[in-house]
Write a protein that binds this ligand. Structure first.
Ligand SMILES: [Zn+2]
Length: 76
């Protein structure tokens, strides 16, 4: 598989601090586009956590909805 596709596929395990293959973690450190994608998603996740009730631009809301639908909400 394309290493970038594989890394992006596991991006959410990295964000969630779940088990991620060493190879994938290293890919995020070495591959600039993937590192930027990870940064973007990390910021977005923070934004969701802190500002989810505020109005967001349409495109951003669509991204958030996509992420939420992909990622089951953690129950505490
Ligand atoms: Zn990559």
């Amino acid at each position: 598989m394309d290493p970038c596709a594989e890394a992006l596929h596991q991006l959410y395990t990295v964000l969630d601090g779940e088990h991620t293959e060493q190879e994938v973690r290293e890919h995020f450190e070495l591959c600039l586009p993937c590192a930027q994608a990870l940064d973007f998603e990390a910021e977005l996740k923070l934004l969701i956590a802190t500002k989810c009730r505020e109005r967001a631009p349409e495109a951003l809301r669509a991204r958030i909805a996509e992420i939420i639908s992909r990622e089951p909400l953690s129950r505490e």
